[in-house]
Design a protein around this ligand. Structure first.
Ligand code: ADP
Ligand code: MG
Length: 352
């Protein structure tokens, strides 16, 4: 029996970006981005405000023409294809729903434009309501009577109505409160699994990206500085910019002294890692002297974070953040000076 050849279609990227740039006057909002997005992938672009995320996704969706580069959908060049002729759909943060229409009318909008008959539209809308985890009787409800989370689910159902191959999401959850955002992150991930479609998602929150994505691209000034799985990015951030996106981390510089390389501010010998910085997560700092690198720190502030406690520490000029679990022997008091330590194995080394 012969082993079947891998299906050639399976290897064709769902979307291939080849040197995509978008120039606004002198500003390169998107600067020569090359990337293949796999069929069925949940791909997330993370970056600070102004880094070019929306511009890039608008180019991918056909809402904006690139200044340079080509865009291939399953190997076919669609660079100049108008948005309404692409098998893609977009979900925005600003919930662009028709407030004066019902939930059902909103979901059916694209189908109505295409001339789908009312009974088929209604049947499909019911499927989409179920897919978006909304009760059937929402069909006749006014959109204005729906909560923020429900409106976001309606927007997703509406985007799915045209049965797109690729869905784009531009910060769809950023206007919602924390708990609702957490719930919808999980629902979005499930929706991705249930539909099997390619999701291209934008957020400024690496934490949000971590929960949902197969791969993450970190964007800075129009370029991707790192692309990898959530685990890659978390364990091996490429540079200080990426490390800074992981929330509150300690970034230690290494200084050359007459006695060799040292952790700046700690006075401990460090590996001779020219030009690299040591990234140390708050939970990698331990109270007490059990770690290989030990120093005295003054407790500046104590913050309770549910099951963990965060301490803001000071070692001379150096500010550090430690997070201790419930097993820590006793709460440390602001003002006291006590031993802290860490193990070099817990360091992630990054470039400038
Ligand atoms: P993000 O979505 O990451 O916040 P944007 O893609 O919205 O970033 O913007 C990237 C840069 O491009 C910003 O400096 C922004 O001011 C600029 N920009 C975006 N759209 C336009 C436009 N239509 N004309 C001129 N500059 C723009
Ligand atoms: Mg944006």
């Amino acid at each position: 029996m012969s082993i079947p050849e891998p299906h050639s279609e399976a290897a064709t990227p769902a979307l291939s970006l080849q040197g995509i740039s978008k120039q606004f006057g002198a500003l390169a909002a998107v600067d020569d981005v090359t990337l293949d997005i796999r069929d069925g992938e949940f791909f997330t672009i993370v970056g600070p405000s102004g880094s070019g995320k929306s511009t890039l996704v608008r180019v991918l969706a056909g809402l904006e023409e690139p200044s340079a580069g080509a865009l291939l959908l399953r190997g076919t060049d669609i660079t100049r294809l108008p948005a309404n002729q692409r098998p893609t759909a977009m979900v925005f943060q600003s919930l662009a729903l028709f407030d004066h229409r019902s939930v059902g009318q909103n979901i059916e909008f694209a189908m109505k434009m295409k001339g789908v008959a009312p009974p088929q539209r209604r049947a499909r809308a019911m499927e989409l309501l179920a897919l978006a985890r909304l009760p059937e009787d929402y069909y006749d409800r006014a959109v204005t009577q729906c909560s923020g989370g429900e409106r976001q689910r309606i927007a997703m159902a509406r985007a799915l109505a045209s049965d797109p191959e690729i869905l784009f999401f531009d910060e769809p959850l950023s206007a919602l409160d924390y708990r609702l955002r957490k719930t919808l992150e999980v629902e979005l991930k499930e929706l991705h699994q249930r539909t099997g479609k390619t999701f291209i998602y934008i957020t400024h929150s690496l934490e949000e990206a971590m929960v949902m994505s197969d791969r993450i691209a970190i964007m800075q000034q129009g370029r991707f500085v790192q692309i990898g799985t959530p685990q890659d990015i978390y364990q091996r951030p490429r540079n200080r910019f990426v490390a800074g996106f992981m929330g509150e981390v300690n970034i230690l510089s290494i200084e050359e002294t007459s006695g060799g390389a040292q952790f700046a501010g700690l006075g401990h010998p460090a590996p001779d890692t020219e030009g690299l910085y040591a990234v140390l997560r708050p939970e990698s700092l331990q109270a007490g002297a059990s770690g290989a690198i030990c120093f005295d720190a003054e407790v500046v502030q104590r913050l309770l974070l549910g099951s963990r406690t965060q301490y803001h520490l000071r070692v001379g000029e150096l500010a550090l953040i430690a997070e201790l679990g419930a097993s820590a022997s006793r709460p440390l008091e602001p003002g006291e000076t006590t031993a802290f330590s860490f193990d070099p194995a817990d360091i992630a080394w990054v470039n400038e």
